[in-house]
Design a protein around this ligand. Sequence first.
Ligand code: FES
Length: 171
Amino acid sequence: MTAAQAACGAAQVPGAGPTLWLRVNGQAQAVDAAPATPLLTVLRNDLDLHGPKYGCGLGACGACMVLVDGVAARACVIPAAGVAGREITTLEGLGRRGALHAVQQAFIDTQAAQCGYCLNGMVISTVALLRHCPEPTDAQVRAALSHNLCRCGTHIEIMAAVQRAAQLIRP
Ligand code: FES
């Protein structure tokens, strides 16, 4: 695959089946997948990135969220080819062991996890929120997370986590 082909995002390699080029967590990734394959499937099955979770598969629960060019998006309903050439960031791309992203640290500090299944989406939505709204009101936090479902009911701790993250991020 040439750099020019990679730059186009999706290209056919003779004899090798359809190949998508995605940019994930700062790295170019070649994936053999049909263009309509959900981004979530590609991330989990082809790239071994299990931060984004499969919840409803319908765009309704938020468990699968990733950042696409810094905006929170539901990976279960995005065709992989639709985000070729865009910057995709998963939970794994936010921080790492020993150097967590401030939002990840805030969720730990406030003990906001119970079963943990929603946390990927909650963290991704919070990162996206704080990028454009560094001092959110509780109403703004509720609005930003309103499409992230938590079945355990740790909403009070999650609200506290977002405000703690805002504190950690502020200079
Ligand atoms: Fe994507 Fe529920 S799994 S929104």
